[in-house]
Design a protein around this ligand. Structure first.
Ligand SMILES: Cc1cc2nc3c(=O)[nH]c(=O)nc-3n(C[C@H](O)[C@H](O)[C@H](O)COP(=O)(O)O)c2cc1C
Ligand code: SF4
Ligand code: SF4
Ligand code: SF4
Length: 614
């Protein structure tokens, strides 16, 4: 395809491509993000490809390798059109059945449909699958409509129309539209995006940066967008650059996301080829280009000043703000840093208008937010909901509740230094203000669900360990404080907690928060403060009674076989890696505690619930 010289040429290409997409043909869309691939989606795709060839259907059926459809629990999955039939957890051999039955005869294959783990009810259409019904997939929903390696697919669904509209406006008016939308940064801080753009300082060149560092444990919203719809992020960046007068952009993406790096690299090349990036974009006289910088996996490099230092080849350490990057950013020049999801929202805001975007969500939090819903929840995946949706709706309606009939205990929200909210906060609306008031924060969208088998002291220890390892060490308070907090929580889990440890933890957490420079240190006390606020009794049981109520902390538990329940089946004795379980066949067994490593295998292997943790 040759370079487009005007927005009119873009429009006619969009229309032409829209017509050549063969939307009237049966179409099979394979969810093929990193999570899908790790569960075999590439093999499923190959089986469809071979099946289509064998049946001579190459000119009659579309097969699309798309980005992630969000529903990780159901990977590999496909959607078949017409009918939007959703098939879950497929194996390569299922491809032939789908081709013969659904594509060939228009029949739904019941055994391949998704069944709700609670009710067992099957859903034939994607829209009827409970995971999707309460979502509003404004940003992530387009993944299903395109192959991320083909700019043609993005253009065919109207991609780059937001840019075309922006180019027809005054740059200032574009920013005003973003202000009107109420869009706030999705990378953690929630700063109003339009206001950030309006505050960009004077000087040339100006830069825009896409922050795709995404280092929070368990979070992968940005990966899903970059892998599945890279052009939406690029389009947002070009619009932003036009609005603020930037000429260069940087995509800072973590190197641990190889598929995202590949897809973004290709997307940049394609956009350049079509004149959507580079000199004189769409004949507007506006020039802007994007390069890729790869992050090396340090969590702190997601902090904007550390990220800029890392791009410049310096040590990835935050620096004091002000000056903010908007005044003194990359190479000392005015720079806008926005998150992947923020950038992907921009074309939607501009194309449909700020007011429309602002009609979704709550008073102070507009639009939708993508969360990575993980942990002890039935339906794990990327969930996009309007701001203001309650935690209960996300975890129980979309997430399908807690597996194995266990009870919900807490949800950790806001990244490693977010907060753990207990069951009485389930009706809290998910928006910036409500989460902060409840002692958590929106963060970038990690949501980790915990059930009654989770020890909250152990959870605080996990996040403190992460933070003390990821602290860059520049501030004494953060460097030493995170280590000391970790040590105190560690000794509590070892059964060596002291009576004054809880007060010491609170003091340390407050000191680290008050005396540290960047967001990592300033929020590092949250795992401790929020678990202490909501689960203090659990800390007290560890310190005063030397007990772990959830049965997790190894130093405080032991496994015992209940004589009256043990049938002497010997399964545990065979499974025990230490061979410390003895007993005659059909006689109660016992554990030699001195050699037990508390691995829990005996409990898992006993069918009679005879092994208990005490
Ligand atoms: C320790 C730390 C890590 C961060 N990591 C990220 C990240 O991975 N991605 C991100 O977009 N923002 C991250 N941020 C926030 C950025 O500093 C910055 O606020 C954000 O990229 C601005 O974009 P937004 O306004 O669109 O949210 C991090 C902040 C801190 C303190
Ligand atoms: S608060 Fe922690 S991570 Fe941030 S600059 Fe200081 S030492 Fe580094
Ligand atoms: S598996 Fe259970 S029932 Fe069987 S011997 Fe072990 S404790 Fe007893
Ligand atoms: S917890 Fe592990 S080591 Fe201990 S008795 Fe059970 S299986 Fe053996």
């Amino acid at each position: 395809m040759s370079k487009l010289k005007s927005t009119t040429e873009l429009k006619s290409l969009q229309e032409k491509l829209g017509k050549t997409q063969h939307r009237d043909r049966p179409t099979i869309v394979v969810s093929s993000g990193t999570c899908g691939r790790s569960r075999g989606s590439s093999q499923v795709y190959a089986a469809f490809e071979a099946g289509i060839k064998d049946r001579g259907l190459a000119d009659k059926v579309n097969l699309r390798d798309s980005g992630c459809h969000g529903f990780c629990q159901a990977e590999p999955n496909v959607v078949v059109y017409p009918g939007e039939v959703f098939y879950a957890n497929l194996k390569p051999e299922d491809a032939a059945t789908i081709l013969d039955e659904t594509v060939g005869k228009g029949q739904v294959v019941d055994r391949l449909l998704y069944a709700d783990p609670g009710s067992g009810k099957k859903a034939a259409k994607l829209g009827d699958v409970p995971f999707y019904t309460k979502q509003k997939r404004l940003i992530s929903g387009r993944n299903i409509l395109l192959d991320p390696t083909r700019i043609e697919d993005y253009l065919a669904i109207g991609g780059y129309s937001g840019l075309a509209k922006a180019l027809s406006m005054e740059p200032k008016a574009v920013t005003e539209e973003v202000v009107k939308s109420g869009l706030r940064g999705r990378g953690g801080g929630g700063f109003p995006t339009g206001l950030k753009w309006q505050r960009l300082g004077q000087g040339t060149p100006k830069y825009v940066i896409c922050n795709a560092d995404e280092g929070d444990p368990g979070a992968y919203m940005d990966r899903g967008l970059l892998e599945g719809n890279p052009h939406s992020v690029l389009e947002g960046m070009v619009i932003g650059a036009f609005a603020v007068g930037a000429t260069e952009g940087v995509m800072y993406v973590r190197t641990e996301y190889p598929l995202a790096v590949t897809n973004v690299t290709r997307a940049i090349e394609q956009a350049r080829e079509l004149g959507l990036l580079g000199e004189n974009i769409l004949g507007s006289g506006f020039s802007f280009d994007i390069t890729i910088a790869r992050g090396a996996g340090a969590f702190v490099c997601g902090e904007e000043t550390a990220l800029i230092a890392s791009i410049e080849g310096r040590i990835g350490e935050p620096r004091q703000r002000p000056p903010y990057p908007s005044e003194k950013g990359l190479w000392g020049k005015p720079t806008i840093v926005n998150n992947v999801e923020t950038w992907a929202s921009v074309p939607i805001v501009v194309e449909h208008g700020g007011e429309k975007f602002a009609s979704i969500g709550t008073k102070g939090s507009k639009g939708t937010k993508i969360f990575s819903l993980v942990g002890k929840v039935n339906n794990t995946g990327l969930v996009e909901v309007p701001m203001g949706t309650t935690l209960r709706e996300v975890i129980f309606d979309t997430g399908g509740g807690i597996p194995d009939g266990r009870k919900f205990k807490a949800v950790q929200i806001g990244g490693p230094s977010g907060g753990c909210l207990p069951a009485d906060k389930l009706d809290l609306p998910v928006d910036y203000e409500s989460l902060t008031a409840a002692g958590a924060m929106m963060g970038s969208g990690g949501m980790i669900v915990m059930d009654e088998t989770t020890c909250m002291v152990d959870i605080a220890k996990y996040f403190l360990n992460f933070l003390q390892e990821e602290s860059c060490g520049k501030c004494f308070s953060c460097r030493e404080g995170t280590q000391r907090m970790y040590e105190v929580v560690d000794r509590i889990t070892q059964g060596n907690g002291r009576a004054d440890d809880l007060a010491l933890l609170e003091e340390l957490a407050t000191m680290v928060k008050d005396a540290s420079m960047c967001g990592l240190g300033r929020t590092a006390g949250n795992p401790v403060l929020s678990t202490l606020a909501n689960f203090r009794g659990e800390y007290e049981a560890h310190v005063l009674e030397k007990k772990c109520p959830a049965g997790v902390c190894k130093a405080l538990i032991h496994y015992r076989i209940l004589v009256d329940k043990c049938t002497g089946c010997m399964a545990c004795a065979k499974a025990c890696p230490q061979k410390v379980i003895s007993g005659e066949k059909k006689q109660p067994h016992r554990i030699d505690q001195s050699g037990c490593i508390k691995c829990g295998i005996c409990k898992d292997s006993c069918k009679f619930d005879a092994v208990v943790v005490e």
